[in-house]
Each structure stands twice: as structure tokens, then as C-alpha cells.
Write a new protein. Structure first.
Length: 354
């Protein structure tokens, strides 16, 4: 497998490293001599391993910076000591001084600290030094592999934790995580954000009449129909039981009402075919709300406002949409003919960009 290496230092120094590192099949090596460019490159496309030439300007700054980056802590950083004065001090002061220096460097941010040998190198010494460096590269690669395995496992567990196993929609935990992010994004970008909460009318009767397996299948079919009729930037969640929430980014109150009416219609217009012997007609009630400047950052007030409109929709006869500031406005399909109400009635207030 190809291991990506960023070498911070000179091309001349890279040429002194083992020939195996220059094998394009096993290693992909990039040399950067400027500290700012190296930081930018690491942030954009993190390498697996970083080789740092200690005598190069900015070498320790790079090691210290890397140690502070929590999201980049998996990168294996090897500092290669080639400063002549330190190499001379190593010979003069002996093993205790060398261990103290190594300890200090590792505390500053390097994962490994390798002393280069004075030039010219004897063949035996060169071979041993190269073996040591290649062994450290192997250690670094093992660390990277473990990190990637952990990330894959975490991604899988996150997907399981945030998904509703029955409908395959995002679940309530995902909604409670995503809503504050969507609010922050809307306020940062000064865009609108709307929310729809919907509930299946008399769903308990379905379970009591046909059993919970049929009820589960109905929920699956409903979710599939809803998803099929939503734009890709709209995110539906199963909030609990037969209740669902839809986040509509960059969507005004009027546009959210249009979406809610459409969903009401497509659910009401066609029965849900459970099997070749059973098709069930259902209706849904919906409440809509749009983010306002006074809403809290976690979205509690926004969700509560939409939920209150849903309760009013159910209390006033079900199978309808209620939202905004006009408590009497509603849409009832299958009972009365759908008619377009005046702009003043349906659209009392447009959400301003926040």
C-alpha cells in the first residue's frame, strides 16, 4: 500500500534517506521547504507520515504545531537530527545527554527522534541508520492503519446510532444534533430555515385493526413517499412513533407551507399498498414554522412553535396544515375542495434572513 510522506526540509537532505523511500510503489514523497506551505498542505491533505529535517528553519515549530492539532494527532512525525553542533555534543557528552535531548524533543511534539550520522558514513553505519528509519516508518504506518480502522468503526457506529432502523431515516438523536448546526449555518449565512412536523392521523387504529407489522410497513411506505417528494437539501427525521420532522434549509415560511401542502396531498391522494390484498388510506396533519431572530440556538422554541401548530391542526379536524401566526388557516384535503386562500391569510409574515 502506498504511504504518503511529507518531507519538511531540503531536497539534498531527502537524497540522503534510504533508497526504499524513493520507491514510488511503496511511498509517495513530497518535499516542502516553507513552514507556511507545509502547514497549509497538512491541513488540506494530511500525509500519513512527516519527516522533519531538524536543521531546517521552522522544524520545531512544525512539530509543536502538529502536536496541538487534535484532529491531526494521528500523523506520525519523525524528527531527523542533523544539526552539526548537536551531533558533536552527542559524541562529547555521551548517552545521558542524548537521552535528555531525546526526551525534550519528544515532549515538544515529535513521535520519533532519530540522530543522523556524521558524514562520510561507513557502509555498515549507513545500513543500520537506514534500517532504523525504515522501522520507524513501519511503526508510523501501523499507527495510521489503526487510526483509519478506528475512524471506519466510528463512522459505522455513528451511522447506526443516528439512523432509524425501521424507516432508514435519521432518528431523533440525529435531529437534535443537526438542528443547532442548521440554525448556526442559517444565521451565519443570513439565510432562512423552516421546519415541518407531521403526524399520521389515527395511526393507533391501524395497529389495532391490522397489527403492528402492518403498521411498521405503512411507516416504511410513508417515509419512502415523503422522501421521494422532497428536494435533496431537505432532511426528514423520524422524531418518534408516527411523528416526523423535516428541516428545510434556505426555505421561507411561504415555501415551507407549499411543501407541507404538497406532502398532505400526496399522502391523502393515493392509498398505501401493503400487499395484494390490503391497501390503506391515511391522512397526515402538519405544523410549520420558520426560524425567527428571537429563537434560541438549539431550536427548542422553533420546534415547539411548529409542534403547537401541529396540535391545532389535529384539534381542528386533522388532515390539514397550520402554520405561521394565523391560527385559523388550514388546508383540509379529501373533506373540502382545496382552495387557495388570500396571500394575507396564508402568508402573514415572511421570515427575514437572519
Amino acid at each position: 500500500m502506498n504511504i504518503s510522506i511529507l518531507s519538511f526540509g531540503s531536497d539534498k537532505f531527502l537524497a540522503t534517506l534510504p533508497d526504499q523511500i524513493h520507491n514510488a510503489t511503496a511511498f509517495s514523497v513530497e518535499v516542502i521547504a516553507n513552514l507556511n506551505q507545509a502547514v497549509s498542505r497538512i491541513q488540506m491533505t494530511p500525509p500519513d507520515i512527516i519527516l522533519v529535517q531538524a536543521s531546517w528553519e521552522g522544524s520545531m515549530e512544525l512539530c509543536c504545531w502538529l502536536k496541538e492539532q487534535i484532529k491531526l494527532s494521528w500523523i506520525y512525525c519523525i524528527l531527523l537530527e542533523d544539526r552539526p553542533q548537536l551531533l558533536a555534543s552527542k559524541i562529547k557528552n555521551g548517552g545521558n545527554w542524548e537521552m535528555e535531548m531525546t526526551s525534550a524533543v519528544l515532549q515538544q511534539g515529535a513521535d520519533a527522534y532519530i540522530w543522523c550520522l556524521e558524514t562520510p558514513l561507513h557502509a555498515t553505519s549507513r545500513q543500520g541508520w537506514h534500517c532504523l528509519l525504515l522501522s520507524q516508518l513501519t511503526v508510523g504506518w501501523r499507527k495510521v492503519e489503526k487510526y483509519r480502522d478506528l475512524i471506519r468503526t466510528n463512522d459505522l457506529l455513528s451511522a447506526i446510532a443516528l439512523a432509524d432502523s425501521l424507516t432508514q431515516l435519521n432518528n431523533r438523536r440525529a435531529f437534535e444534533r443537526d438542528l443547532p448546526r442548521q440554525i448556526q449555518k442559517a444565521r451565519t449565512n443570513r439565510t432562512t430555515l423552516s421546519l415541518i412536523i407531521l403526524d399520521i392521523d389515527y395511526f393507533k387504529k391501524v395497529n389495532d385493526t391490522y397489527g403492528h407489522l402492518v403498521g411498521d410497513r405503512l411507516l416504511q411506505l410513508l417515509c419512502a413517499r415523503i422522501q421521494h417528494n422532497l428536494r435533496f437539501e431537505y432532511t426528514p427525521f423520524r422524531y418518534g412513533g408516527e411523528e416526523f420532522v423535516i428541516l428545510l434549509s434556505n426555505t421561507t415560511y411561504e415555501e415551507a407551507l407549499t411543501v407541507a401542502r404538497h406532502l398532505n396531498r400526496i399522502v391523502n391522494d393515493q392509498p398505501f399498498v401493503i400487499n395484494n390484498k390490503l391497501a390503506i388510506n391515511i391522512t397526515i396533519s402538519l405544523g410549520t414554522a420558520c426560524l425567527q431572530p428571537e429563537d434560541d440556538d438549539r431550536g427548542v422554541s422553533l420546534l415547539n412553535r411548529a409542534d403547537q401548530y401541529l396540535l391545532r391542526a389535529k384539534a381542528s379536524g386533522r388532515n390539514r396544515v397550520i402554520g405561521g401566526h394565523d391560527h385559523s388557516s388550514h388546508l383540509k384535503l379529501g373533506v373540502v375542495k382545496m382552495r387557495r386562500r388570500s396571500l394575507q391569510l396564508w402568508e402573514p409574515k415572511q421570515c427575514a434572513a437572519l
